[in-house]
Ligand binder design. Sequence first.
Ligand code: KIV
Length: 282
Amino acid sequence: MAKKKAIHDFYKMKKNGEKVTWLTSYDFPTAQFAEAAGLDMILVGDSLGMCVYGYKGTVPVTMEQCIVHCDAVRRGAPNTFVVGDMPFMSYQISDEDAVYNAGEFLKKADMDAIKLEGGTRVASRIKAIVDAGIVVIGHIGLTPQSSGALGGHKAQGRTAEDAAMVVEDALAVQRSGAQMLLVEAVPPEVAQYIAKTLTIPVFSIGAGKECDGQLLIVSDLIGQFQAFTPKFVKKYCDVATIITKAMKDYCEDVRQGRFPEEEHCYHMKEGQKEKFMEQMKK
Ligand code: KIV
């Protein structure tokens, strides 16, 4: 079994030009698969709101839901660097709230780090959490919790002016002490500039390949999430079709009397059937 990676390993990988592999997981079995597949990091994203609970977005997700899923993922992937995602309103109100809630991820679910959305506007939150001794991953570009304010789930930094603002956010995250950064839905040329400029590892989700690693949402990668597929997703399999077919086959077998078969039954022990029938007659 590979040794669990720590923050210094990701810095070493950036220095050596080795790409970090990062995927979301929300439950115990998927976390087991991710660890068996050798993922470097797992994110228990607040995307669980859409991928697990069927909400339209991430805004309704609560701290309690995040902790439950982080706890399950930790049990499934005890030797992987696992990141808890701070849900909407768990860090927006005050630095004190942010530190308290970040701490809950470590105390209740044994997370290795937390992630929160925003650049310049959350600089004091990042500093406060880092000062409490918690590893922080920033998240800039398209930040789904504030997609309303961004005018929808749109790519960010596509004009020179907007790109300069994304870079300003990246610098603010690093200056505040965050140890790593995720850049979402930003042109590759902008993300590459950020990854080259920052000393901390910079990861991409929909921001091209010139970053220090990649993140994808597992439900997109395996073809489980049905509502929509962002342009940056690559589907590696189609579990929706596989699972639906298995369920249809099961229904058909039951209806046609083909399931269960002999091999699926627990028969009575030798001689017990006759005894049982005798008893039933009395
Ligand atoms: O919640 C999540 O999975 C995320 C990704 C969209 C980056 O934050």
